[in-house]
Design a protein around this ligand. Structure first.
Ligand SMILES: Nc1nc2c(ncn2[C@@H]2O[C@H](COP(=O)(O)OP(=O)(O)OP(=O)(O)O)[C@@H](O)[C@H]2O)c(=O)[nH]1
Ligand SMILES: [Mg+2]
Length: 356
């Protein structure tokens, strides 16, 4: 019997054995549903590390940030539901303002969870869960089959979180579910133009670090903001960046020394300050510098530029890592989650006599 069938049978058997307990039945039903779904990947990490930005880059669309858990699943049409307290979820609108999609949860003071169905190729194989930074490891991991953990440098808090993810008897023998992400790679080395290759080297070093290696399957570096730019670059933005690239390299560098200078009155090109401000918000100073350098190097069509940005930002490697460690191991990850759920069930129902 395959692993898939064996675990499926265990879930069905448990459903039969615990049929008299509504609590156990509800728990098992939710896990039976979860077992047949794509792999659920939680994206976690400390406050403002860039979680929502990496989620946007993976989906290939920009969503305005939310303060609750946001689940993104595949779907044929764009829809969103808010789960708030007990009872049925409420459907809410998704609207587009500027380059961002907004889930209109306005009338709900507190959403426990927002679920967005979205037609994205990535979401055919995975469910992405964007988590609030104050969420505990238990809240993050309870619903997820796998974890993308974002960090800047490996700090004690990061190691604690990763240890918590591995700190269950079943998890300890089957630690197959974490990819660590060295986030905001563009900021490494004070934003020098070679920041992204330095970040890749640091990620490689962490992969062999004795404190990190046992806690995750891979470490990759990602410049989230650039990765989003790669996936959502508009024609008007590309034309503006191309115009900037036509300036002399040194002249542009001088004007990129600070954000104030870049959007200031003395700019040597006829380009509205509002346009420059928008470029800065979307790509950051580093992004503008890198993109204009790439255009000058010959990546001067939108297709060529996008391909380079996917690769340089680390998005390509992150996607490969998700495929190798999560999607292709779906069967194992789902089996692991189901076994953890059965373990919780047996503890929860300890002392009760199951039905025969
Ligand atoms: N320079 C740079 N800025 C980034 C990057 N990723 C995100 N940011 C910026 O950092 C800020 C926080 O990014 P988010 O993606 O909202 O971070 P988060 O971890 O989801 O934040 P919380 O959910 O509030 O904890 C935003 O202003 C982003 O534009 C990156 O790779 N490089
Ligand atoms: Mg966020």
């Amino acid at each position: 019997m395959t692993l898939d069938r064996a675990v499926w049978s265990m879930l069905q058997e448990a459903l039969a054995v615990y049929r008299d307990s509504p609590r156990a039945t509800a728990w098992l039903r939710s896990h039976v549903d979860r077992y047949t779904e794509p792999v659920r990947i939680a994206v976690a990490g400390r406050s403002r590390i860039g979680k929502s930005t990496v989620v946007n880059a993976l989906i290939g669309d920009e969503f305005a940030p939310q303060s609750s858990f946001v689940w993104y699943r595949g779907g044929t049409e764009a829809r969103a539901h808010v789960f708030s307290g007990p009872g049925r979820p409420h459907e809410v609108a998704v609207s587009k303002r500027g380059s961002r999609h907004h889930v209109e949860i306005g009338q709900f003071d507190r959403a426990d969870r927002v679920v967005v169905e979205w037609p994205s190729r990535t979401l055919r194989d995975i469910v992405l869960i964007d988590t609030p930074s104050e969420a505990t490891p238990e809240q993050v991991l309870g619903d997820a089959d796998a974890l993308l953990y974002l960090m800047r440098h490996v700090q004690d808090d990061d190691l604690k979180f990763l240890q918590a993810a591995n700190d269950h008897p079943i998890a300890r023998v089957a630690a197959v579910h974490t990819v660590a992400v060295l986030a905001r790679a563009d900021e490494i080395g004070a934003g020098r133009i070679d920041a992204l290759s330095s970040a890749k080297q640091i990620a490689r070093r962490y992969r062999r670090d004795v404190a990190v290696q046992p806690l995750c399957q891979n470490v990759v570096s990602v410049a989230g903001l650039l990765a989003v730019a790669a996936k959502t670059l508009r024609e008007d933005e590309f034309q503006a960046l191309r115009a900037l690239a036509s300036l002399g390299r040194e002249e542009l560098e001088d004007n990129l020394l600070s954000a104030d200078r870049f959007v200031g009155e003395q700019f040597p090109l006829a380009m509205e300050p509002a346009v420059r401000q928008a470029l800065l918000e979307r790509f950051g100073i580093f992004g503008v510098r890198l993109i204009t350098a790439l255009i000058r190097q010959g990546f001067d069509s939108q297709v060529k530029l996008t391909g380079q940005l996917v690769q340089r930002s680390g998005l390509g490697e992150l996607r490969d890592s998700i495929a190798i460690h999560f999607t292709e191991r779906r069967e194992i990850l789902k089996a692991r989650s189901a076994l953890l759920a059965l373990d919780v069930l047996f503890r929860m129902e300890r002392g009760r006599t199951p039905a025969n």
